[in-house]
Write a protein that binds this ligand. Structure first.
Ligand code: FAD
Ligand code: MG
Length: 320
């Protein structure tokens, strides 16, 4: 898994680099880079100025503090103990707003259900739980911010970097990418979107479905059913984005949803909701969110047949 994520991270890196060399005129490095394994995923930060490694490491320390506060798998996290500080309370409120806006497709109460499936392998999974176990876990209504917290943390890391005068950088926390500032060339940031299920299971052969161009200070977040997934002995396919009503993997026409916009937290919540809702419902949700908040979130949905649906105004170039 680590290897695969590194490959995807490298793909994003390659695409986001400026055309100029990675070495300055005097031969010195032109960037700073740090990587870490946290939130059960591969994360990296690349700043387009040299000598900022210590700041990037501090940013990871901050991300780790958020992880211990917001994780459902950390025994004394605020999510587990229920002792929320004002910040966690505000994030919970945001998450609950998305639950309402999405008609329950985005659901913060699936903690016990996700723990049963254990797609992340934290307790030796993944497993196929029994229907009775799922019913019981659904009624437990236990909190899980896994579908929004990575985006929230990416936003806080971006704020921290800005406060330390890191002005141009790419932050990648798993599938959550934040492009900080404007590229020196003035060009848009170009983010590679992974082709779902590409490579026939061979990690090193996964491909890009296309490239999404976004302006300065933008985030792109992708949720998909092709990453934390498995095929059982009887041939049934299971993935980690759950239908909150049944507690089983959701079924929709979307295989991956990439959302682009200002806040990585909002992109994260919308991306998960989109996969559950399917393309029509998801487009409606995003349009109504934009209208209500005066925002400008865009989407690329990749469908099971490989086709893509792109929101008006977003520049996405599919690989041919
Ligand atoms: P997203 O679509 O953003 O989120 C999907 C995840 O949200 C699912 O894995 C599930 O946890 C939950 N979910 C499923 N269906 C829904 C739904 N309908 N509505 C809302 N939420 C849903 N993973 C581990 O395996 N072990 C860990 O210890 C662990 N710790 C984490 C701590 C933090 C603070 C965070 C943010 C994540 C952690 N993760 C951990 C990863 C997490 O469980 C999710 O797998 C990950 O955030 C999924 O992100 P995604 O972008 O792939 O998918
Ligand atoms: Mg999400």
């Amino acid at each position: 898994m680590k290897k695969f994520l590194s490959i995807i991270a490298i793909l994003v890196l390659i695409i986001t680099q400026t055309a100029c060399s990675e070495r300055g005129a005097a031969g010195g490095a032109t960037y700073s880079y740090a990587e870490d394994w946290l939130l059960n995923t591969f994360c990296y930060i690349k700043s387009f100025e040299p000598g900022q490694e210590d700041i990037l490491k501090e940013a990871f320390k901050l991300a780790r503090e958020y992880e211990s506060k917001l994780s459902r798998t950390v025994a004394d996290s605020q999510i587990v103990t229920g002792e929320y500080d004002a910040e966690t309370e505000a994030l919970l409120k945001t998450a609950l707003d998305f639950e309402e806006l999405s008609g329950g497709a985005f659901c913060v109460h699936l903690g016990a259900v996700s723990a049963l499936w254990d797609f992340g392998g934290t307790s030796g999974g993944p497993f196929v739980p029994g229907a009775d176990e799922i019913k019981e876990a659904l009624s437990a209504q236990s909190l899980d911010l896994g579908a929004i917290a990575k985006g929230y943390i990416a936003d806080r890391v971006a704020d921290f970097l800005r406060s330390r005068s890191v002005n141009t950088a790419v932050i990648s926390l798993g599938g959550n990418v934040v492009c900080l500032g404007r590229k020196a060339s003035g060009d848009d940031w170009a983010i590679g979107i992974e082709k779902p299920f590409s490579g026939g299971g061979r990690l090193e052969e996964r491909e890009s479905a296309g490239v999404l161009s976004v302006g300065p200070d933008s985030s792109v977040v992708t949720s998909g059913i092709y990453e934390r997934c498995f095929t059982a002995d009887d041939g049934s396919f299971y993935h980690h984005i759950l239908d909150p009503e049944s507690g089983f993997p959701c079924e929709s026409d979307i295989v991956s949803a990439s959302i682009a916009g200002e806040s990585s937290c909002v992109c994260d919540a919308l991306a998960t909701a989109a996969v559950v809702l399917g393309s029509d419902g998801a487009a409606e949700l995003i349009e109504s969110y934009n209208e209500r908040c005066g925002a400008d979130y865009g989407y690329v949905f990749i469908k099971a047949d490989g086709g893509s649906i792109v929101s008006p105004g977003l520049f996405y170039e599919p690989e041919i």
